[in-house]
Design a protein around this ligand. Structure first.
Ligand code: GLN
Length: 492
C-alpha cells in the first residue's frame, strides 16, 4: 500500500471507506508529516487535536454507517479563514492572538462534511503578495529546489503555506483564497492543482477581507478530482454573505469527463506578452496539444483590454483593502498599542504602525490615494470602467469558445528575496491571473510540466460564469495527457 501521506482526498476517502486504514491512522500520519516539515514554515499554527477529534468521529461513523463526504480526510486551512476557538491571524501582527468566536462558513461546511483541520497555513499578510514573503510569521520555503541547487524558492502567494504543505505532502489538500491569483499562482509554482470558483460560489463570511469584490475561496490539491471534491464541499449559498450566489452546487466530481469533443478552446492572443520565456510558450503549446488530443477545437480569440488588467487591479484591490482594513483600529480586536499619554488618535496610529507590515501599508496608502476626493475620478472610477471592459472582453470571447487556455504565471518559481525589494516586479507575476478575477470567472491552474531547471509550470483554464465543470474537465484532459508526476525531492 502507498504511504498514507502520498494519498490525496479521493485516495484517503476511498481507502478509509474500504477499511484499508482508520481515520485515526490518517490523522496521525499527517500530524507527523506536519511536525517533520516545520522547516518549511508552512503553518502559523498546528492543530493536531482538531484533526484527531475529527478522525475519532469518522472512525465511529464508519462503524455505525454514518459516513459523510469528507470523513477521514484532514485538511490544511489558510489562516485567512476564521476558525472558532483557534487563532486566526491573516499572517499579520495586527491579528496575533485573535481567537474568533465564530466559524467561517467555508470551514463550517468542511467540518460538517467530516473533515478535520491539521493547522492554520501561513500566507502573505492579509493575502497581499505573490511569494509569501509579506507574512509577519516568516516566509514559507517551497519544498521544490532547482535541480542540483539548494537556494530557497518562493512557494508562490498568497496561499503559499497551502501550496508548500500540499506539494511536500504535509497535508492532502487545503483551502486557499484568490483575489488576483493567490490560488492559481502558488499552485503553478509547486506542481499542484488549484481552482478559484465563480465569484459568489463560496461564502466570504468569516474570511478576513482583502478586496471584497474580488476575494473568493477555493480548493488546492494534488489533482483535478480532489479539487472537485473539495470545492463541492466548500461551495453553496450563504445568507450571511450578501454577494453569495443563490444557486445549487453541481456534483462536480461525478460530472468529471476529459472527453472534450464538441468543445472549443480559446487561445487569447494578448496573453502572448513581450519577453515571455520560450519555455512558457512551449508549455502553452503543450497544453493546446493536450486539449486538441482530447477532442477540442482550438480557436484564437482576442481579449483586447488584457494589458490594462494589472494596472486596474492594483487600483481596485488596494482601494477596497484600504477601506476593509480601516477596521483594525486597536479597539475591537487584535493588537492595541497604547503609548503613555496617548489619546484615541494616537492609539489608532500607533496600533496601525506597529500591526501592519510594509506591503499592507503600501496598499493602504495607494488605496487611500486613489479614493481621495481629488483623484477618485481619475483612478478609482476609471479603473471601474476598465474593469467593465475587461469583463465584456470575456463575454465576447465566451460567445465563441467554451473555455480559455493560458499560462498561469509568466515564470516558474523565483528565489526568495529575488523580487521582494521591487513591488512592481512582484506585481507583474499576476499578469495572467488578474483578468479572470476582475471578471469574477472560475479559473484553475493545473501542472503542465517542468522547466529546464526542474521547476513546475502551470497552465490556466478560465471558464464561463458558473461553469466550474467545464474548467475542471479541461483541467482533467490536460492532467491525463501532460504526464506530470514530478514531486519535490525530500530534504526537510
Ligand atoms: N498577488 C496578488 C496581490 O498581491 C493577488 C493576491 C491574492 O490573490 N490574494 O494582490
Amino acid at each position: 500500500m502507498a504511504d498514507i501521506t502520498d494519498l490525496g482526498i479521493a485516495g484517503l476517502r476511498d481507502g478509509f471507506r474500504a477499511g484499508e486504514f482508520s481515520a485515526r491512522e490518517v490523522a496521525d500520519a499527517f500530524n507527523g508529516a506536519v511536525a517533520a516539515g516545520r522547516v518549511l514554515n508552512a503553518f502559523i499554527a498546528e492543530t493536531p487535536d482538531h484533526a484527531i477529534a475529527a478522525a475519532e468521529v469518522a472512525d465511529r461513523a464508519r462503524a455505525s454507517g454514518e459516513l459523510r463526504p469528507l470523513s477521514g480526510v484532514p485538511l490544511g486551512i489558510k489562516d485567512l479563514f476564521c476558525t472558532a476557538g483557534y487563532q486566526t491571524t491573516a499572517a499579520s501582527h495586527m491579528l496575533e492572538g485573535f481567537v474568533p468566536q465564530y466559524e467561517s462558513t467555508v470551514t463550517a461546511q468542511l467540518f460538517a462534511a467530516g473533515a478535520g483541520m491539521l493547522g492554520k497555513l501561513n500566507m502573505d499578510q492579509f493575502a497581499m503578495g505573490s511569494s509569501n514573503e509579506t507574512s509577519a510569521f516568516g516566509n514559507v520555503i517551497s519544498p521544490w529546489r532547482v535541480a542540483g541547487g539548494n537556494a530557497p524558492l518562493a512557494p508562490g502567494g498568497s496561499s503559499g503555506g497551502s501550496s508548500a504543505a500540499i506539494s511536500a505532502r504535509l497535508v492532502p489538500a487545503a483551502t486557499g483564497t484568490d483575489t488576483g491569483g493567490s490560488i492559481r499562482q502558488p499552485a503553478a509554482f509547486t506542481g499542484i492543482s488549484g481552482i478559484k470558483p465563480t465569484y459568489g460560489r463560496c461564502s466570504r463570511f468569516g474570511i478576513v477581507a482583502f478586496a471584497s469584490s474580488l476575494d473568493q475561496a477555493g480548493a488546492m490539491a494534488h489533482d483535478v478530482r480532489d479539487c472537485a471534491i473539495l470545492l463541492e464541499a466548500m461551495s453553496g449559498f450563504d445568507p450571511k454573505d450578501s454577494t453569495s450566489l443563490d444557486v445549487s452546487v453541481p456534483k462536480w466530481e461525478s460530472g468529471l469527463s476529459s472527453d472534450l469533443k464538441g468543445k472549443k478552446i480559446g487561445i487569447p492572443r494578448e496573453y502572448r506578452v513581450d519577453g515571455m520565456p520560450a519555455e512558457i510558450d512551449a508549455l502553452w503549446q503543450k497544453g493546446i496539444d493536450c486539449l486538441r488530443d482530447a477532442g477540442a477545437e482550438i480557436v484564437e480569440v482576442s481579449l483586447p483590454h488584457t494589458h490594462h488588467a494589472l494596472a486596474t487591479y492594483y487600483i481596485i484591490a488596494p482601494a477596497e483593502a484600504s477601506s476593509n482594513l480601516a477596521r483594525y483600529d486597536g479597539v475591537r480586536y487584535g493588537l492595541r498599542e497604547l503609548p503613555d499619554g496617548a489619546n484615541l488618535q494616537d492609539m489608532y496610529a500607533a496600533t496601525r504602525a506597529a500591526g501592519f507590515g510594509a506591503e499592507v501599508k503600501r496598499r493602504i496608502l495607494i488605496g487611500t490615494y486613489v479614493l481621495s476626493a481629488g483623484f477618485y475620478d481619475a483612478y478609482y472610477n476609471k479603473a471601474q470602467k476598465v474593469r467593465a471592459l475587461i469583463a465584456r472582453d470575456f463575454e465576447d470571447a465566451f460567445r465563441q469558445v467554451d473555455v480559455l487556455l493560458t499560462p498561469t504565471a509568466p515564470s516558474a518559481a523565483f528565489a526568495l528575496g529575488e523580487k521582494s525589494a521591487d513591488p512592481l516586479e512582484m506585481y507583474l507575476n499576476d499578469v495572467f491571473t488578474v483578468p479572470a478575477s476582475m471578471a469574477g470567472l472560475p479559473a484553475m491552474s493545473v501542472p503542465g510540466g517542468l522547466d529546464s531547471r526542474g521547476l513546475p509550470l502551470g497552465l490556466q483554464i478560465i471558464g464561463r460564469p458558473l461553469d466550474e465543470q467545464g474548467v475542471l474537465n479541461a483541467g482533467l484532459a490536460i492532467e491525463e495527457r501532460a504526464g506530470f508526476t514530478a514531486r519535490p525531492e525530500k530534504w526537510w
